[in-house]
Design a protein around this ligand. Structure first.
Ligand SMILES: [Zn+2]
Length: 486
């Protein structure tokens, strides 16, 4: 697969846009341009390689590092403008119990209306102190005005009087989730044919105590499966009574890709290049917009979970913009995770979240198209340590190394085509000039060694496979010092 600069995809887009506006253009012309655009988009690089290579360097002078601005982060329960005008109260569901198949809920960006197209179990209206009825029935709950529902300090959602300790209900996807409850919602970008619309589950645990809102997203790339299980295990293990704050998990963001075993959306676009999205843009723009405004805008912290791509595997690691003070503090909460500095690329979920004032990192664990127990455990362990560090949960957590290891990194590409056999393993430490692997041409028998350019550690690598010249084969991290500001 050829590697192309992001700008090279921009040119055909501009060309296409101008073609669409030129009036006497034939549909055939437009179609051929579209095919061209799709082919270019498909060839777009993954974040593992290009994200790292285009990363702005790590600044050593941290005093001048930029900070995240927090626009309107007045409370986790504040509903975004696009929120539906009506709310219903979510039934409390013990996430450890087996779930019935979810109803299809679609959100229309035009009307801002959330519609349930299948009958869905509804609970009776209740206060936080009441026991939630487990048995579903079809009674429709009274609607709550948006301004009331979104009021964090509103005491009508909680019977507890202390202003310090009161946790509010949160409103998400047109549903009010009471403190001390957990539930399963469903999100659909509403871009499919009506009736064929499929929704993806959104797991929500609203703690009985106030605190930050942590969002976890998995499978933004549909073939990256470890994250799905990391989100599931993390959320299902939370007790809402013991939680301070909220945890919102979307295990499978890119449902289209997931169903096809593909990294991309059905239009072959990479969803993780279209955030925060655009309600009038292309399919990826619209899906990104819906997710970002319906769910991500509620978060104060985001961990977007990925794996390596194109038969590459990663040590469990965070990708984080270490030039941002809040991010540097945030990554200290992750136990046993290497931290790789990467300033991110425009359109990535974590970049868009940072721009919106949400502290965000990507987590990379293992390979695509595989479920890997070791990598999943590492991810779940690290998210638990994070929640403890953020005072959201209190567990007797046994920390590994006291501080994560920070890396500046670079990729080494194969210079020749052939079959790659690695001499080194993931996690190995290497010195300058050492042979990492050998590429052998199966026809000519010519072998070419790939050498380490510097001393470092293999934090990501290609599995043995047929490679073309230019294929990014080894991701080498060099340990670096990140000074503390306090
Ligand atoms: Zn990914």
């Amino acid at each position: 697969m050829s590697m192309s600069h992001p700008l090279s995809t921009l040119v055909p887009r501009i060309l296409l846009a101008s073609l669409l506006y030129c009036l006497p253009c034939t549909s055939a012309l437009a179609e051929s341009q579209l095919e061209f655009e799709e082919a270019e988009t498909e060839a777009a690089d993954d974040e593992n390689v290009e994200d790292i290579e285009s990363s702005k360097p790590l600044r050593k002078n941290i005093d001048k590092a930029r900070k995240i601005s927090h626009p309107d982060q007045t409370g986790a329960s504040e509903a975004p403008e696009s929120s539906p005008k009506t709310t219903k109260i979510a039934p409390h569901i013990d996430l450890k119990e087996l779930a019935p198949p979810p109803g299809v809920q679609s959100f229309s960006p035009e009307t801002g209306a959330s519609e349930t197209t299948e009958p869905k179990p509804e609970p009776e209206p209740k206060t936080a102190t009441e026991t939630t009825p487990e048995a579903p029935h079809d009674e429709v709950t009274p609607t709550v005005p948006n301004d009331q529902a979104s009021n964090t300090d509103s005491t009508n959602t909680s019977a507890i009087d202390s202003t310090e300790e009161v946790a509010g209900a949160i409103t998400l996807l047109g549903t009010e989730i009471m403190p001390g409850t957990s539930t399963r919602l469903s999100w659909s970008s509403g871009m499919q044919i009506a009736g064929l619309s499929q929704s993806t589950p959104v797991l929500v645990v609203n703690g009985s105590k106030p605190g930050p809102t942590l969002c976890l997203t998995g499978a933004v790339h549909g073939d990256e499966l470890n994250g799905i299980e990391i989100v599931r295990r993390t959320l299902y293990d939370l007790d809402p009574e013991m939680l301070a704050g909220q945890v919102i998990g979307v295990p499978i963001v890119n449902l289209q890709g997931f169903q096809q075993g593909s990294r991309y959306l059905s239009d072959r676009r990479d969803l993780n290049r279209h955030f925060p999205g655009n309600p009038t843009g292309n399919l990826a723009d619209r899906i990104a917009y819906s997710l970002f405004n319906e769910i991500i805008s509620h978060c104060t912290m985001l961990v977007d979970i990925h794996t390596g791509s194109l038969k590459r595997t990663n040590l469990p690691q965070l990708r984080a913009d270490m030039n941002i003070a809040e991010v540097r503090t945030f990554v200290k909460g992750f136990d046993r995770m290497a931290v790789v500095h990467s300033s991110g690329t425009t359109g990535m979920l974590r970049t868009a979240a940072l721009d919106a004032g949400i502290v965000a990192v990507s987590m990379e664990s293992g390979e695509s198209l595989r479920i890997q127990e070791k990598q999943i455990k590492a991810g779940v362990n690290s998210l638990n340590s994070l929640m403890e560090k953020q005072n959201m949960i209190s567990r007797l957590f046994v920390w590994g190394k006291p501080e994560p290891v920070y890396y500046d990194s670079y990729w080494i590409r194969a210079e020749h085509a052939g079959i790659l056999f690695s001499k080194k393993k993931l996690g190995d430490r290497v010195i300058k000039g050492q042979v990492l692997g050998v590429v052998t041409d199966p026809i000519t028998n010519a072998s070419h060694a790939i050498h380490a350019r510097d001393t470092g550690r293999i934090i990501g690598m290609a599995v043995d496979q047929v490679v073309m010249a230019g294929f990014a084969a080894y991701h080498i991290g060099a340990e670096t010092e990140i000074p503390d500001e306090e």
